[in-house]
Design a protein around this ligand. Structure first.
Ligand code: GLC
Length: 752
């Protein structure tokens, strides 16, 4: 009790001293008081208590007396997966009332795409290109999780991914740094709000720092080899955007980056994160990534792992206990300076203070209905609608008529609530999910729906129900087939070498196509899949990803034309696994493939027809390109005009086009702007996304769309690793996807 009084008196003294100096602004005053509160607390902490703050444990097997005793001794600073709100309150009471200094615990959780209200998986959300809607979804996730006693989410995942074999592509924002950066900002603002101490906010976590998505072979946790220019120009920008948005924490990644594990990578954790970016929050390791450095062959043992992680800049160790076991010895032997420990603890305490945990350690009593509020379910539905991408719609078979006589609803994912929730949904509930079957029956009446799953699950190979499915298709006016990947086939540690539709799903399409009935295919998946063998057998394809709690109502509104699809791919779809890695912002090479090579393989292995960068046995272009997505209406673009054909680094270039809705449906077009730096000190991408706008037009309506490009948009990390522009010729394009045939362009030059 005496110690707590010391802390209180010291804090009061700090407040008085600060209040006396009327020159400080209220913000500065708050900062000064926070710093003084931390200094006061740090000054009375023992080395064991400091190390305790640096340790996060997972509540494996419920609350034990040993765990409570460890909290009483100040040996634990954070828990993840700590049961429910009642468990968390009990644990917090022990920390606040029964430990010597009463430092609150911070509770972490993977709130990745919603809490009880589950939103589409992040890769799906990134196809909405709607930063304000993504921000709103993150804010709802924060509101629900915080009301349940969670303080901190291990989200957003900001790993750029160019390899759909990698299961965690599902968790990120796709292949592009600009889009990924805009979405990073939106998610940080959504989770953290304007004031981290708001009880309805969550401290966010930028992960996995860094380069984790470049895992060789698309195999999770695998080696990454990324040149520094590529790291800075492609993989780091979303993390930098999150830091500039004041994200509270960063998580070090599992992978070794160019031979140094990210969890002991001083270049990443100190030079980039602290020195260059001025990050002020704390760094948490990934799950046992500290002691996994022994497996990496980078640490000789647990003590060595603890030393290398703490010296590189890891502040808190997740789940493994090397800090608890060895940091005291390392400090007392003089190997580790206690100042290093103080810095780590200060980083952690600063977030606990900013989160308001000292003043408000217990969750607010949730409102009478906190979870699944109707207005929040509407946001989930809208985001699922805007995340869905229309890949094909021959003869405008979509939208279906609402007065359709009968509809065959077929496939293992038509009524699969767990699957539609997607990966990383520990707090989502199957019973909350509204499936496409349920929503369609509600829309047109159960008696007009003929439902045949045809396969028990997405991986089934038992075709005994195919005849029933074929009969249903024959007897119905139209046929909607729901196929794809179950949620367990994507996410962490779920990489796939083959990206086909699992099980007998392709054969099912082949059988149904024989009926001659128009088939609408809805694919629900956690990654781009390869289905070119059957895409020609169906008339329309909607890529719905794993759309969350409201996937059913969203798809029903799209199928019946209540709203037109507007999603655009945030990741390239390969024609075959052999093309991977495949991404739109590639370099040109010295022998770029020629347009005449498109659409056909370049001859045969025995008769190569040219010497350019393509394949002898496959079209080198993607099946569906980055930025691609159709609408029920059609949009036309006028030629692009510029405010000037030449600019200097201090100018702003105005880029204009006129967009027209030439179809008969209301629709939203995501207008994209790309540039190409024609000559650089390093080879430059053939295209780079530099902006986008969501434009909604009624049939017949037109609107001028304007973009502004500045020197920052034209800057990159150059050969000498400085960031800036290089004079010379540029191309700029505006259009509906990254494909050449979807863009209208014009050149301009940048001069001194
Ligand atoms: C996992 C993941 C990380 C997650 C953490 C806590 O292994 O890599 O993304 O936040 O552990 O569950």
């Amino acid at each position: 009790m005496k110690d707590k009084m010391i802390v209180i008196m010291a804090v009061l003294a700090a407040i008085i001293a600060t209040a006396c100096n009327e020159k400080t602004s209220s913000l500065q005053e708050a900062e000064i008081i926070l710093e003084k509160r931390m200094d006061s607390l740090l000054s009375v902490m023992t080395l064991e208590e400091k190390i305790g703050q640096m340790s996060q444990v997972n509540l494996e097997s419920g609350i034990t007396e040993a765990l409570l005793e460890s909290i009483r001794k100040g040996e634990i600073g954070s828990l993840l997966n700590a049961g429910d709100a009642i468990n968390r309150k009990q644990l917090q009471q022990v920390a606040m009332k029964e430990s010597r200094l009463g430092i609150p615990l911070i509770f972490g959780r993977d709130v990745i795409h919603g809490y009880r209200t589950v939103f589409p998986i992040p890769l799906a959300q990134s196809c909405s290109w709607n930063t304000s809607l993504v921000e709103k979804a993150a804010a709802i996730a924060a509101y629900e999780a915080a009301s349940d006693g969670i303080h901190w989410t291990f989200s957003p995942m900001l790993d750029i991914a160019r390899d759909p074999r990698w299961g965690r592509i599902a968790e990120g924002n796709g292949e592009d740094s600009y889009l990924g950066s805009q979405l990073a900002i939106a998610m940080v603002k959504g989770y953290q709000g304007d004031d981290l101490s708001d009880p309805a906010s969550l401290a966010a976590c930028a992960k996995h720092f860094a380069g984790y998505g470049a895992a060789e072979g698309g195999r999770d946790y695998n080696t990454t080899l990324i040149p520094e220019t590529e790291l800075r120009n492609v993989y780091l920008p979303p993390f930098h955007a999150a830091v500039k948005a004041n994200i509270a924490t960063v998580m070090s990644a599992f992978n070794d980056l160019n031979g140094t594990p990210a969890t002991a990578n001083e270049f990443l954790l100190k030079k980039i994160l602290r020195t260059e970016w001025g990050f002020r929050g704390f760094v948490v390791s990934d799950w046992t990534s500290v002691t996994e450095m022994i497996n990496h062959g980078y640490a000789a043992g647990e003590k060595d792992a603890a030393l290398k992680a703490v010296q590189a800049g890891v502040d808190m160790e997740m789940v493994s206990r090397s800090f608890t076991h060895y940091l005291k010895e390392l400090v007392q032997s003089g190997t580790v300076d206690e100042k290093l420990i103080d810095d780590a603890v200060r980083n952690i305490l600063s977030i606990k203070f900013r989160k308001g945990l000292f003043d408000n350690p217990y969750p607010q009593a949730p409102d009478e209905i906190t979870f699944l509020r109707p207005e929040n379910l509407e946001v989930a539905k809208e985001l699922a609608i805007q995340s869905t991408v229309l890949l094909k719609n021959d003869n405008s078979v979509l939208p279906l008529r609402e007065n359709i006589q009968s509809l065959a609803v077929i496939g293992p994912l038509a009524d699969a609530p767990l699957e539609q929730l997607g990966m990383w949904t520990p707090d989502g509930r199957v019973e909350d999910a509204i499936t496409p079957l349920a929503a369609i029956r509600k829309k047109i009446g159960k008696d007009r729906v003929i439902y045949v799953p045809a396969l028990e699950t997405g991986r089934s190979t038992d075709k005994s129900q195919f005849a029933r499915a074929v009969a249903a298709a024959r007897n119905a006016s139209a046929c909607v087939v729901f196929l794809g990947e179950e949620q367990i086939l994507s996410g962490e540690a779920h990489s796939r070498a083959f990206l086909n539709l699992p099980g007998a799903q392709e054969e099912l399409i082949t059988e149904l196509a024989r009926t001659g009935k128009p088939i609408v295919l809805v694919i629900m998946a956690g990654r781009p899949l390869i289905f070119s063998r059957i895409s020609g057998k169906v008339q329309a394809i909607l890529y719905a990803w794993h759309g969350g709690t409201m996937a059913g109502p969203a798809l029903t509104d799209l199928l019946f034309g209540i709203v037109s699809p507007s999603g655009k791919l945030s990741v390239s779809f390969p024609r075959a696994e052999g093309q991977i890695p495949l991404y739109y912002n590639h370099r040109n090479t010295g022998r770029p493939p020629q347009p005449e090579n498109q659409g056909i393989p370049a001859g045969t292995p025995l008769d190569p027809v040219n010497f350019t960068s393509n394949y002898l046995d496959l079209d080198y272009t993607p099946e569906y390109p980055f930025g691609y997505g159709l609408s029920y209406t059609t949009f036309d673009y006028s030629p692009v005009t510029l405010s000037s054909p030449e600019i200097t680094a201090g100018d702003t270039l105005i880029v204009r086009t006129s967009l027209s809705n030439k179809g008969k449906y209301n629709g939203t077009e995501i207008v994209q702007i790309y540039i190409r730096d024609m000559v650089g000190s390093i080879t430059r991408p053939v295209k780079e996304l530099k902006g986008f706008q969501r434009i909604n037009l009624k049939p017949g309506e037109s609107r001028e769309v304007t973009f502004k490009l500045t020197a920052t948009d034209l800057s990159f990390y150059r050969k000498d690793l400085t960031f800036g522009t290089e004079t010379g010729e540029f191309m700029v394009w505006v259009g509906k996807s990254s494909a050449d045939h979807d863009l209208k362009g014009i050149s301009f030059s940048l001069s001194e």
